[in-house]
Design a protein around this ligand. Structure first.
Ligand SMILES: [Zn+2]
Length: 143
């Protein structure tokens, strides 16, 4: 998965999580993380670094717009389980001319600012910081 794609997807997860926490659909970051299978430290970090502006919404008396927002945010977060299970493949070129079919690596919580999914599998340096930096430089040179 390309870096920008991964970052964009991660930002969508973050926005959805913050919306549900602000509306108090989930009272604690930990509850939300467990419900959607997200890493607890990541959700805690998102919440800590947000405005933490609580606009409590009672689900039984929510407006149509709020109900829609809540549903959309929940759907976005449910995608994480799916994407986690069916990650894109690494596609690194192998010595035999074929492409690596392993799933790309899931980054550890502290690296989610670069996107939750790495570009490559573990074997092909998906979690290596040096490779990522080199790649970015190459892309910049090309443009
Ligand atoms: Zn690979």
């Amino acid at each position: 998965m390309r870096r920008e794609q991964s970052q964009r997807f991660t930002e969508r997860l973050q926005q959805a999580a913050l919306l549900l926490l602000e509306m108090q659909i989930y009272r604690k970051p930990d509850d939300l993380a467990r419900r959607f299978g997200l890493p607890v430290p990541v959700v805690r970090y998102w919440w800590r670094n947000s405005e933490q502006e609580i606009k409590e919404v009672d689900p039984t008396s929510a407006t149509a717009k709020q109900t829609k927002q809540i549903r959309k945010a929940q759907q976005t977060l449910e995608e994480w389980e799916k994407i986690k299970r069916y990650r894109p493949q690494c596609n690194a070129r192998l010595a035999n001319g074929k492409q690596c079919k392993n799933s790309v690596a899931i980054r550890p919580p502290e690296a989610w600012s670069q996107g939750c999914l790495a570009e490559r599998c573990r074997i092909h340096g998906g979690l290596s910081k040096r490779l990522i930096v080199k790649k970015v430089r190459q892309e910049q040179d090309e443009t």
